[in-house]
Write a protein that binds this ligand. Structure first.
Ligand code: CP
Length: 314
């Protein structure tokens, strides 16, 4: 199975390694398009794409929109807060309304896990999951993997530490599913209240000590503390969280010399990551954002039926 044979992209858990490879390989010529003076190829001319975000976003929504525009698709954002969703229109009716306008593809973010999967069953449009609750954020994991591969030359057998709010993190889950396809040693580290029960069943090693988790690490992926998803106070204060789990150059001394530091954004500087680390050459946070456009271009291209990378490069 290749991605160009699927109707939807809903999660990394379902993807085979060959599909991930196809996306990452296709993102390379897409990144070249972004670097051109004229950032436009006719690949998706005549296709229409809508972004529907029931949760806030800067990077994912905007990068999908510009990715579609660079590929010459017609792109529209449905602003949920000023839409008829606010008059009580159901998700199913909203989707049908959008579908009959002639859209081919929908990019959806929702606070409830599984909503894009439900949407994919309700509509003929292709559905790409832009983050669903605490479940998955597949395109974030793919751009993270693309960034790691660019820097390390391979995804094989990397020692990767994922630090922070593992329990609430769809980014962590998608990264775990993705990196485990390449034989990586995946370590998760955080406070016990931020660790899902039985996390080791996902094939990871869990740690409570940041220093132990990052020892000899090739990659450290720092997660945002998601205050909006915490019903109860899961740690005493942000200061105390930072004391134990804020990743900084000092705390990375035991990692490999060329350890790569990722963060999906948006950052809480001084909470989960120090400003000195975020602004250092070890951190590739802005590159991740650029790569997000390239990877999303690859996904839009492949999911709408594109097969040959040469089509893009020409
Ligand atoms: N990383 C990420 O999903 O960022 P946004 O919420 O800004 O899209």
């Amino acid at each position: 199975m290749k991605l160009d044979r699927r109707k939807d992209l809903l999660g990394i858990k379902d993807l085979r390694r060959e599909e991930i490879d196809q996306i990452l390989d296709t993102a390379i010529p897409m990144k070249d398009v972004i670097k051109r003076d004229i950032k436009k190829v006719p690949t998706l001319r005549g296709k229409a794409m809508v972004t529907i975000f029931y949760e806030n976003s800067t990077r994912t929504r905007t990068s999908f929109e510009i990715a579609g525009k660079f590929l010459s698709a017609d792109t529209v954002n449905l602003a949920v807060n000023t839409s008829s969703v606010q008059k009580g229109e159901s998700l199913r009716d909203t989707l049908k309304t959008i579908e009959v306008m002639g859209f081919d593809l929908m990019v959806m973010r929702h606070s409830m896990s599984g909503t894009p999967h439900y949407a994919a069953r309700c509509t003929k449009m292709r559905v790409v999951n832009a983050g669903d609750g605490q479940n998955e954020h597949p395109t974030q994991a793919l751009l993270d993997m693309f960034t790691i591969k660019e820097h390390k030359g391979t995804l094989e057998n990397q020692k990767a530490a994922i630090v922070g709010d593992i329990h609430h993190s769809r980014v962590a889950r998608s990264n775990i599913y993705g990196l485990s396809r390449y034989g990586c040693e995946i370590r998760v580290v955080g406070a016990s209240t931020l660790m899902p029960p039985e996390v080791e069943k996902l094939g990871v090693k869990s740690y409570y000590s940041l220093e132990a988790a990052v020892k000899d690490a090739d990659v450290v992926n720092v997660l945002r503390v998601q205050r909006e998803r915490q019903q109860a106070a899961l740690f005493p204060s942000l200061d105390e969280y930072a004391e134990l789990y804020m990743v900084s150059p000092q705390r990375l001394k035991g990692a490999k010399d060329y350890v790569l530091v990722l963060h999906p954004g948006p950052m809480n500087r001084g909470v989960e990551i120090s400003s000195s680390l975020a602004d250092s050459t070890q951190a590739v946070i802005n590159e991740q954002v650029t790569n997000g456009v390239a990877v999303r271009m690859a996904i839009l291209y492949l999911i709408t039926g594109g097969k040959r990378v040469e089509e893009v490069a020409s």
